[in-house]
Write a protein that binds this ligand. Structure first.
Ligand code: HEM
Length: 456
């Protein structure tokens, strides 16, 4: 629910466009990069966008402002409340929509499988799925990149979250999830998320009606899985559903089916769309810039044992390439807005409770003082300099930092290494590809095509 802020003469909101909030929202949905860039040029490092239904958002792109926000006491902010537009997809009990103690409890429960040894056990699975999905690829073909890559990341997260499940249900999930996401992804269809009044079910033929029906089919599949796993509980399994089924809250109560459903949906959605976009962008840059592909392939062959997850994680050029991919076109243009619960001063400006402070990932990553020639793709910048967690913020920060960060970087590296040892990619066309809106994220267009050349 949008909270109204009454700026006082002592702490007015920073400047921003004067156009109507409805128009600003339309620009934010349709042309987010152009809007952010023109506001930054006109109003500087801290400005206010007034987005109808989402409230005024104070965009911050100076590392000092971001440091002040990320290092402040997290209890001084609510963020879950500002993510209500995700509620139709994720449900009320998603970690993304929670605040306070419940948010912290859910994070602690969900984080371990996405780190360290537990995470590395998924390495073989990532390689196996990549090989299966690309088994039919042949040199000389031109192909749409996004779909197969999304298929890989969806299968990886389905296995990590559910483990091996009933094959028919697994197949049904593989089909229904991408189709449902496509329904709320384009700038036009994602308007349903941003403008709740459009969330009307006018039957099978209406876009929202179709979405609601697909969602209930998906819920049915997830609830069936939960019921079976409760009935045949196996504590030895290492997937995340098993962990959640064993969890007890402070009063000794297990998670309800509704809570389990919302958390599973969150991990399935947050965990595959984002990573698929990042891998697709990486392949685009690799194909477009042959010198980068050559250096990467040389690096990969020099290291030999790529089955060793620790070695792969430490390859410097591959790491730099992944970071640069997430810098130049970050999948999330902004972090979750932080809604102030107490007064706060950021870079000398006073803000009242209720203000939505919003670190802007895209603008921070395009600062000339941090990243010279920011529009140029150049992995070397990450070899020459270490950026602070307030300068490179692709995964956000503080108590809301992405819980899948290590997992996503690991998957990017596993998938890219597997593909580059088998194929050589070329970019067809002369135009540069720009990000398009995909739900609340920015992504490469679905039409992005690459050419598979003979491996050298
Ligand atoms: C390249 C891939 C990814 C990117 C760029 C990304 C980015 C982000 C960002 C920017 C946030 C908000 C952080 C903040 O507001 O400070 C976030 C939150 C989150 N991400 Fe990711 N993410 C990625 C992959 C994943 C994966 C693989 C998973 C899970 C398997 C995941 C699960 C989550 C969850 C659950 C949150 C909410 C955390 C909270 O509310 O405490 N993400 N992510």
């Amino acid at each position: 629910m949008t909270q109204t802020i009454t700026p006082t003469p002592l702490n007015p909101l920073p400047n921003g466009p004067n156009s109507s909030p409805a128009w600003q929202l339309l620009q934010w949905i349709g042309q987010p990069i152009a809007l952010m860039e023109s506001c930054h040029q006109q109003y500087g490092d801290i400005f206010t966008l007034r987005l109808s239904g989402l409230g005024p958002l104070v965009f911050c792109s100076h590392p000092q402002a971001i440091q002040e926000i990320f290092t402040a006491d997290p209890k001084h902010f609510d963020s879950g409340q500002s993510n209500q537009l995700m509620q139709p997809l994720l449900g009320d009990a998603s970690v993304i929509l929670l605040d306070g103690d419940r948010h912290q409890q859910q994070r602690q429960l969900l984080m371990p499988p996405f780190h360290g040894e537990r995470m590395r056990t998924y390495g073989d699975l990532m390689v196996k799925i990549t090989r299966q999905v690309t088994a039919g690829w042949r040199a000389g073909q031109t192909f749409n990149v996004r779909e197969p890559i999304q298929n890989i990341s969806l299968q990886v997260i389905l296995q990590a979250v559910f483990g091996v499940t009933d094959p028919q249900r697994y197949q049904a999930l593989l089909e229904i999830l991408p189709s449902m996401l496509d329904r709320v992804s384009s700038p036009i269809t994602s308007s349903f998320l941003f403008i709740p009044v459009l969330q009307r079910d006018w039957g099978d033929w209406s876009p929202w009606g179709k979405f609601v029906r697909q969602r209930s089919h998906l819920n049915q599949l997830i609830y069936q899985e939960i019921a079976e796993r409760r009935a045949h509980f196996d504590p030895e399994r290492t997937d995340i559903l098993t962990l959640m089924l064993s969890a007890r809250d402070g009063a000794g109560q297990p998670m309800t089916d509704g809570e389990l459903r919302d958390e599973l949906m969150t991990l399935l959605l947050a965990g595959h769309e984002t990573t698929a976009s990042a891998i697709t962008w990486a392949l685009y840059w690799i194909a477009k810039l042959p010198h980068i592909q050559e250096r990467l392939v040389a690096d990969l062959s020099a290291y030999g044992d790529l089955n060793d997850a620790k070695t792969l994680m430490r390859l410097p050029y591959l790491s730099a390439l992944c970071n640069e991919t997430l810098r130049i076109y970050p999948v999330a243009p902004i972090t979750f807005p932080r809604i102030l619960k107490v007064p706060m001063t950021v870079m000398g400006q006073d803000f009242a409770p209720g203000t939505r402070l919003t670190p802007c990932i895209y603008l921070t990553h395009h600062r000339h003082d941090l990243y010279p020639n920011p529009q140029t793709f150049c992995p070397e910048r990450f070899l020459e300099k270490t950026f602070s967690p307030y300068e490179f913020i692709a995964f956000g920060g503080s108590d809301r930092r992405c819980i899948g960060m290590a997992f996503a970087l690991f998957e990017m590296k596993q998938v890219l290494a597997t593909l580059l040892t088998q194929f050589r990619f070329e970019f067809v066309g002369s135009r540069s590809i720009k990000p398009v809106r995909r739900g609340v994220t920015l992504a490469p267009p679905k039409s992005l095509q690459l050419y598979l050349a003979e491996h050298l």
